[in-house]
Ligand binder design. Structure first.
Ligand code: FAD
Ligand code: NDP
Length: 319
């Protein structure tokens, strides 16, 4: 729907928050407590992920401080309730576009056009999947896209695991998983890794990691839980099924930034560039927090921390 068709009011909001993960909700709690009455667009399956963000693609979270034993739906509901408690008005709509060429800025969703003094972008990133046969069946029953999050689960203890990817994430995750796994099989689709030399060396030096060069996964197999990964060597065409209780994708993330239409400075992979270690973007008054600007840490707690920073900066910007 274009700007003319959607409902437009003359009111100018203090802050509009786009997104619904830990970064967005933390920003909303801080902005709400600062009496900025934030509006939040939480998305309607934006980028294929439910409102609540990436955590909704898993079930348990064990490393969010203060919550030793909480399910993801419960944690995200608590965050949303806390944001609403402090006066956040939440719309279950996806933002289609923004216009930050002049102040006040414009935010456009399917049903409304909003003017605002500041925008906090917390739209996250989406972990890429391979779409293997068996992937849907064994997703969260052995297959995950986050080793740091799921690697310590009891089903993986002292069992062989597979990591797919050749970048820094794959190197980091394979190394991390050796704490729990009997062996980590690293599937690299080419004859070399993309990861930095230092990260590669860490992998080469780790006796628990077995690298399978020129190797691609073809199927995830199992019974109730994943038991193995079928692979093919693209050079020799040799096939085998590697026994594994865990399969971790580390093949990259896609930041949810297409709706920005390149109005903010992005890096070559589409992440928003933030300045001086703060959520400031290339446009004063527009802030970015969480995974949409972080391709290194990518954790709920780091997203929440940067959401806090974004709200504090928005409050200062409004003055
Ligand atoms: P996200 O959680 O990515 O949420 C952003 C959301 O904004 C989107 O999902 C979407 O709903 C919404 N959105 C996107 N575009 C728009 C738009 N145009 N308009 C409106 N809304 C939009 N971290 C941990 O700390 N512990 C864990 O145990 C853990 N487990 C994980 C398990 C898996 C399988 C995955 C994939 C990740 C896991 N993570 C974990 C990482 C964690 O989920 C992320 O670091 C965190 O959710 C990032 O939060 P965020 O607020 O930046 O955005
Ligand atoms: P990258 O895009 O760097 O790497 C993705 C890897 O996955 C590549 O090796 C790629 O192979 C492989 N891959 C992609 N698609 C497929 C597929 N369909 N099948 C098999 N393999 C596939 O992503 P990362 O998440 O590793 O890193 C993203 C950015 O974050 C980088 O800039 C990285 O440096 C940074 N980072 C830094 C860290 C640190 O400094 N500690 C930690 C983690 C990330 P190919 O090489 O053949 O394209």
């Amino acid at each position: 729907m274009n700007i003319e068709q959607s409902k437009e009011t003359s009111k100018i909001e203090d802050v509009v928050i786009i997104g619904s993960g830990p970064a967005a909700h933390t920003a909303a709690i801080y902005a709400g407590r600062a009496a900025l009455t934030p509006l939040m667009f939480e998305g309607l399956f934006a980028s294929g992920v439910a409102a609540g963000g990436q955590l909704t693609t898993t079930t348990e979270i064990e490393n969010f401080p203060g919550f030793l034993d909480i399910s993801v739906p419960e944690l995200m509901t608590k965050m949303r309730d806390q944001a609403a408690h402090w006066g956040t008005k939440i719309f279950t709509e996806t933002v289609d576009s923004i216009d930050v060429s002049q102040s006040p800025f414009t935010v456009v969703s399917d049903s409304q056009t909003v003017k605002t003094k500041t925008i906090i972008i917390a739209t996250g990133a989406t972990a890429q999947r391979l779409g293997l046969p068996g992937e849907e069946t064994y997703w969260q029953k052995g297959i995950s896209a986050c080793a740091v999050c799921d690697g310590a689960l009891p089903i993986f203890r002292n069992k062989p695991m597979v990591v797919i990817g050749g970048g820094d994430t794959a190197a980091e995750e394979a190394t991390f998983l050796t704490k729990f796994a009997s062996t980590v099989h690293l599937l690299v689709r080419r004859g070399e890794m993309r990861a930095s030399k230092a990260m590669q060396q860490r992998v080469f030096d780790n006796k628990k990691i077995k690298i399978h060069w020129n190797t691609e996964a073809t199927e995830a197999v199992g019974e109730k839980l994943l038991t193995g990964v079928s692979v093919i060597n693209s050079k020799t065409k040799e096939t085998q099924t590697i026994t594994a209780s865990g399969l971790f994708y580390a093949i990259g993330h896609t930041p949810n930034t297409t709706f920005l239409d390149n109005q903010l400075e992005l890096d070559s992979t589409g992440y928003i560039i933030t300045k001086n270690g703060t959520p400031e973007t290339s446009i004063p008054g527009v802030f970015a927090c969480g995974d949409v600007q972080d391709k290194v840490y990518r954790q709920a707690i780091t997203a929440a921390g940067s959401g806090c920073q974004a709200a504090l900066l928005a409050e200062r910007f409004i003055g």
